[in-house]
Design a binder for this molecule. Structure first.
Ligand code: NDP
Length: 315
């Protein structure tokens, strides 16, 4: 039978390119979890995806109710869930003020981490009951959360501190809107959320890999300088960033190529190792990358897990 992959944020950029790459193999059906149904359906059509190769299900990660409803709706499709890809993200580098999810969490961490945390926890039982030979839960990471790399050292750097802001609810009411308790900084909030994504993947691996046989993985797909992720950046940045990445850092990767990389992590029979953070070298060969000290801190991962459970109502 075909595999079924749930991909969040499949209406543009990496998520769409991955959905397309998987659909084109004829071996995958993609459940596209998207907040804007019309945009997603137009994007899938424009990408030339066969209409039988995907199903769009509404998902707004900025609302825990929407995440729970999404899980119900996916179950009603009566398709197996073989792979889950947590891909959607918001990035607000120029925001002066924080914005908030329906549940009152600062938006970047609320969407990129907490919404996905609840989604992944809920869908784990569905993955468990699938009879697919290689079940996977993939959380897209980023180099920007790795302070052991050049790109990860561009200020403001990710730093979760002792997680006091998160423990306080990240709502700006009696607690900070930043995980480490500091002042709001949109670029840092995004990087922090990506560290959370990578810590969460490893904690899933430690808690559930042996018991469930599910492969947990994260990846840095390369710098996809053309995606909508940079839509809130200043125009000059958006003009100069793609050539800068192409010719100076040489980290540039097209949406199509990045989509193939993520599709590989979804489906390649050789990428079954769990607890791994994949990256690609200049020749586009995958390798297991090292994470920064903070992004591989097991105590922090455990603490993050426990606080996140409380915030999303699982504990
Ligand atoms: P895009 O902005 O193109 O895609 C992000 C997707 O997330 C969009 O489909 C967007 O939906 C969706 N999304 C945003 N907010 C929500 C929400 N509240 N609920 C549901 N969906 C939402 O960016 P990319 O493709 O670049 O980013 C995809 C992933 O890749 C992210 O995890 C990012 O961190 C990661 N990444 C990107 C890099 C890059 O260089 N671009 C580098 C490293 C990692 P909509 O279409 O409705 O806006």
């Amino acid at each position: 039978r075909k595999g079924t992959a749930v991909i969040t944020g499949a209406s543009s950029g990496l998520g769409l390119a991955t959905a397309k790459a998987l659909a084109e193999t004829g071996k995958w059906h993609v459940i596209m979890g998207c907040r804007d149904f019309l945009k997603a359906s137009r994007a899938a059509k424009a990408a030339g995806m066969d209409k039988d190769s995907y199903t769009i299900v509404h998902l707004d990660l900025a609302s825990l109710d929407s995440v729970r409803q999404f899980v119900k709706n996916v179950r009603q499709l009566e398709m197996p869930v073989d792979v889950v890809v947590c891909n959607a993200a918001v990035y607000q580098p120029t925001a002066k003020e924080p914005s908030f999810t329906a549940d009152g969490f600062e938006m970047s961490v609320g969407v990129n981490h907490l919404g996905h945390f609840l989604l992944a926890r809920e869908l784990l039982s569905d993955l468990q009951s699938s009879d697919y030979p290689s079940k996977r839960l993939i959380i897209v990471g980023s180099i920007t959360g790795n302070t052991n790399t050049l790109a990860g050292n561009v200020p403001p750097k990710a730093n979760l501190g002792d997680l006091r802001g998160l423990a306080g609810g990240l709502n700006g009411v009696g607690s900070s809107v930043m995980i480490d308790g500091g002042e709001f900084d949109g670029a840092k909030a995004y990087k922090d959320s990506k560290v959370c994504n990578m810590l969460t993947m490893q904690e899933f691996h430690r808690r559930y890999h042996e018991e469930t046989g599910v492969t947990f993985a994260s990846l840095y797909p390369g710098c996809i300088a053309t995606t909508g992720l940079f839509r809130e950046h200043i125009p000059l940045f958006r003009l100069l960033f793609p050539p800068f990445q192409k010719y100076i850092t040489k980290g540039y990767v097209s949406e199509e190529e990045a989509g193939k990389r993520l599709a590989q992590v979804v489906s390649d029979p050789s990428l079954t190792k769990s607890g791994v953070y994949w990256s690609w070298n200049k020749n586009s060969a995958s390798f297991e990358n090292q994470l920064s000290e903070e992004a591989s801190d097991a105590d922090k991962a455990k603490k993050l897990w426990e606080i996140s459970e409380k915030l999303v109502g699982l504990a």
